[in-house]
Design a protein around this ligand. Structure first.
Ligand SMILES: [Zn+2]
Ligand SMILES: [Zn+2]
Length: 445
């Protein structure tokens, strides 16, 4: 999938098709039931009730379509800052062959750098970012209110419908207006379930979106801040990290919902607080990636790892008694597999298995993990003169820093490495104790 596709094609995807089907299913069933429960053509109240419901449903659909069509705003390919002196403060995207503007990130699904990327949303089959953040949030809001309204109409008409004979037997003919057929009762229950599901699921999503807008921090930025704080806990000598975009909640909200504020910096320049500049965050990002690179060690598998969470029979008690307390995946390894390790525990290591492109594709299809924890005793460290660069966790591109070899992980073969195999017994370098902290970036969606 590419970021530039025709508007029509963008909707031909399970995400938009499912989302629009759910909206239409709730809307049409609610209108049908409402026409019996509170007919709009008999009273002003009935008319207004239906008009409000229709308006909410249309607004939800409109904002959904606009969020999809507008898109998040793509950073132009081969983008460069106007001032060429600042390129060393920016990350470079190998795929787009350009620098990443502040707050931009590369989306693997869209295969492009996205301005102020929040997350990739399969329901709109596009990223949520700079240009469509407001549409997306309005879509959530109107869907929730509309579904709540629909759920009330559906449950009231359901109640009337199932009590029809009771009303008739008491002579309350004016209350016995809702008449069910086999299909309509099934549709009514189904749409009620959908509407309640929408309220709960999108309600949670809207809560997280509002929290992020309130602080002017995207999902990805929250993660960067967490890492920045963690770095300072470990290295108290570092300068204090100040998040540059938090302008106070009123201004933060305007950054998303006020058109002229959104348009101002065209998603590239951002207003920052005093003491910060345009590159405060990107410098921190670069420092984080360099640090991650510096602590990456290459290991080679010498004993099969099963990928089990409790490998009692294959690895014994000691390994099982000190598992990493996280639900992150466990790696299955075969002898001679090469692993780029970034986190270290006494009995466990966390890393990414070096895989060929075909293997990576297969792993993606079968949802097999290439990154995860494995028992330390299954691998030994390889020492090489030129430490190859690891891939990034969230984007697949690298920082053009002069003194670090620009080598892609998936191109590194075991045979390339000048191996000085060390025993795993006690020879490995003292690892950076980074294990207690897990940046599990929870993608909202
Ligand atoms: Zn890119
Ligand atoms: Zn995307």
């Amino acid at each position: 999938m590419t970021a530039e596709m025709s508007s029509f094609k963008r909707f031909l995807h399970w995400g938009p098709i499912t989302a629009l089907t759910i909206i239409k299913c709730i809307t049409l069933t609610t209108l049908y039931m409402n026409s019996m429960w509170w007919p709009p053509n008999f009273s002003l109240g009935g008319f207004l009730n239906q008009a409000v419901f229709l308006m909410l449903s249309s607004l939800a659909t409109f904002n959904f379509v606009m969020a999809t069509l507008t898109g998040p705003g793509l950073l132009p390919l081969k983008w460069k800052p106007k001032d060429s002196n600042v390129t060393d403060q920016l990350q470079y995207c190998k795929v787009c062959e350009g620098y990443k503007a502040p707050r931009s990130h590369h989306c693997r699904k869209c295969n492009r750098c996205i301005k102020k990327m929040d997350h990739h949303c399969p329901w709109i089959n596009h990223c949520v970012g700079w240009a469509n953040h407001a549409y997306f949030t309005y879509f959530l809001l109107f869907s929730i209110i509309g579904s709540l309204h629909g759920a009330v109409i559906l449950s009231c008409s359901f109640y009337r419908g199932i009590h029809r004979y009771w009303y008739l037997s008491r002579g309350l003919v004016h209350l016995a207006t809702v008449q069910f057929t086999m299909y309509s009762i099934i549709m009514c229950i189904f749409a009620m379930g959908l509407a309640i599901g929408v309220v709960i699921a999108l309600g949670m999503l809207l809560y997280f979106q509002m929290k992020s807008i309130w602080k002017n921090q995207t999902g990805i930025e929250m993660w960067i801040i967490e890492k920045a704080m963690y770095r300072r806990m470990h290295y108290p000598d570092l300068d204090e990290f100040v998040y540059p975009y938090d302008l106070g909640y009123i201004e933060n909200i305007k950054q998303v919902f006020k058109n002229e504020n959104v348009a101002k910096g065209i998603g590239i320049e951002w207003p920052v607080i005093e003491g910060c500049d345009q590159y405060t965050l990107t410098r921190e990002q670069i420092a984080q990636k360099c640090e991650k690179r510096a602590r990456t060690r290459t290991y080679k598998c010498i004993r099969k790892a099963t990928g089990s969470y409790l490998p009692l029979f294959s690895q014994g008690f000691r390994v099982c008694l000190s598992p990493p307390c996280t639900d992150e995946p466990r790696l299955r390894l075969e002898v001679d597999d090469v692993i780029k390790v970034t986190r270290f525990r006494k009995h466990w290591l966390f890393g990414e298995r070096v895989a060929s492109e075909a293997e990576q594709k297969e792993a993606k299809l079968k949802k097999k993990a290439l990154r995860g924890w494995f028992p330390r005793r299954c691998a030994i460290e390889l020492i090489q003169p030129n430490q190859p660069v690891t891939s990034d966790e969230e984007d697949n591109n690298e920082i053009p820093t002069g003194d670090i070899p620009q080598k892609r992980v998936n191109k590194v073969k075991t045979s390339d490495l000048e191996e000085i195999v060390q025993s795993n017994g006690g020879n490995h370098r003292k690892p950076h104790q980074n294990g207690n902290h897990h940046h599990q970036h929870k993608k909202i969606k």
